[in-house]
Design a protein around this ligand. Structure first.
Ligand code: 5AD
Ligand code: SF4
Length: 440
């Protein structure tokens, strides 16, 4: 086997994991190809956060087989569905012969040797792998933004969530190792870094430097030549004020916080085992609103969790009005295997979940229209992403992580992706801003 194809589903953690897999395979002499048909090894990096994501996996595996056939090809399932389903994947998709969870990617070379030597079914599902943070072979896919994992796994027990099971217990990486990678990335020409973890706020430096998350973020923000440092994702319980203080002090730390609230009702938060109350959450929002900088705040919300009443849902609607989120991801509750919520019985009917989701999203759309209109007339620096042929505009991203589409003023040089431009906002919509680039 010398060629591989990889497709990735799910969050940024998964995207970054695929970069590590690609680097590891390249190092072993494999080259990446664009279609499963051309590949000898077909890999699928999967997500199991909601049932729909998981269903897609088996559907897509079937499609691969139909398109690419079985002759001489090896099919592998990586990531969260691999960890969750383990060997059961071989029953549901018999053409698969390799199943590997995210903590075992450094073992891929050995596992592939087993396959080459004729083993029909090979798994790598251990969660206590020591070398989780081995990054020597990462092959970064995005030319402008580099991901760095700072903490893996999750020790929380949110009642709805598969992640503690699919990604195992929390393991923090040493600050030296993070900073070394950040310096290397900056030397490679990257100006934007995103620090990754299921719960970055729980970061505890295992080395003598003993940094907490805010200190680590600050240290990364001091690395020469970096212009933007972001992080995701946060848990409100461990979110401390020193994170906002660090943002106040260092403009390289982007003024955006993604702080999933999940529900505005204390009753539901308790049932979800989220470990904070609505008031405690709102206190953290206060810190952000009192910051010297204009911090964009985004969130995740689940509607229709077991036992959620109309009144609970009303409280979520009131909360989003109060916070005025810049953007939101919202989901219908989806029951997941091996989660604490499986024992709960008061299910909300699917139609009711859909009804609540629509109401929530409509309300949020109004909030975003209002919020984004406030930017008209302001000047913002964007990192240029690409030129959109269809609209004739360049697509840029502000430090707050808002999309700002722009045209160039008379006689201005065309930018390259990854460059920075100043743009004056002239129009706004619910999901993006538009404007014209100006000379600095
Ligand atoms: N059902 C619906 N949404 C979920 N999320 C996590 N687990 C579930 C589930 N079982 C959502 C949460 C989380 C985001 C990544 O996905 O809102 O913050
Ligand atoms: Fe999906 Fe969660 Fe796994 Fe990311 S960590 S791929 S969101 S299940």
């Amino acid at each position: 086997m010398r060629t591989f194809y990889i497709e990735t589903f799910g969050c940024q953690m998964n995207v970054h994991d695929s970069e590590k897999v690609i680097g590891t395979l390249n190092q072993q002499g494999y080259s990446q190809v664009e279609t499963p048909e051309e590949a000898e090894l077909v890999l699928y990096n999967t997500c199991s956060i909601r049932d729909k994501a998981e269903q897609k996996v088996f559907h897509r595996l079937d499609q691969f087989k139909k398109a690419a056939g079985k002759n001489g090809k090896v099919y592998g399932v990586l990531g969260c569905v691999a960890q969750q389903e383990g060997e059961r994947i071989f029953d549901r998709a018999p053409h698969v012969s390799l199943v590997v969870g995210s903590a075992s990617y450094t073992k891929l070379p050995e596992l592939l040797v087993q396959i080459e030597s004729g083993e029909r079914r090979v798994t790598g599902l251990s969660l206590d792998t020591e070398d989780t943070f081995e990054t020597a072979y990462t092959r970064r896919d995005n030319p402008n933004k580099a991901y760095i994992t700072i903490i893996e796994g999750c020790d929380k027990a949110c009642a709805y969530c598969v992640v503690p099971m699919t990604r195992g217990p929390e393991r923090s990486r040493t600050s030296e190792s993070v900073l070394e990678e950040a310096r290397k990335i900056a030397a490679d020409g990257y100006t934007e870094i995103q620090l990754l973890g299921q719960n970055v706020n729980s970061y505890r430096d295992p080395s003598p430097a003993g940094m907490n998350f805010a200190q680590l973020m600050n240290a990364v923000g001091q690395v020469p030549c970096l212009r933007r440092v972001r992080f995701t994702t946060s848990h409100p319980r461990a979110f401390t004020k020193d994170i906002i203080d660090a943002m106040d002090e260092n403009p390289v730390l982007c003024n955006h916080v993604h702080l999933p609230v999940q529900s505005g009702s204390d009753r539901v938060l308790h049932a979800m085992q989220r470990l904070y109350t609505r008031d405690e959450y709102l206190r953290r929002i206060e810190w952000m609103k009192n910051s010297r900088r204009n911090i964009a705040i985004t969130t995740d919300i689940i509607v229709g969790f077991c036992g959620e009443t109309d009144e609970d849902f009303e409280q979520t609607l009131r909360l989003i009005e109060e916070v005025e989120y810049d953007s939101m991801f919202s989901f219908k509750y989806s029951q997941r295997p091996n989660t604490p919520a499986l024992g709960l019985t008061e299910h909300v009917p699917e139609e009711e979940k859909s009804r609540r989701l629509t109401i929530l999203q409509e309300k949020q759309r109004g909030i975003q229209m209002r919020r984004n209109a406030e930017y008209i007339g302001e000047r913002h620096e964007v990192m240029v992403e690409y030129f959109n042929q269809a609209t004739g505009q360049w697509v840029g991203r502000t430090a707050q992580n808002k999309t700002l589409n722009f045209t160039l003023g008379e006689g201005m040089a065309e930018p390259r992706a990854g460059e920075y431009r100043d743009v004056v906002v002239t129009r706004s919509g619910p999901n993006s801003l538009a404007g014209e680039a100006v000379r600095v």
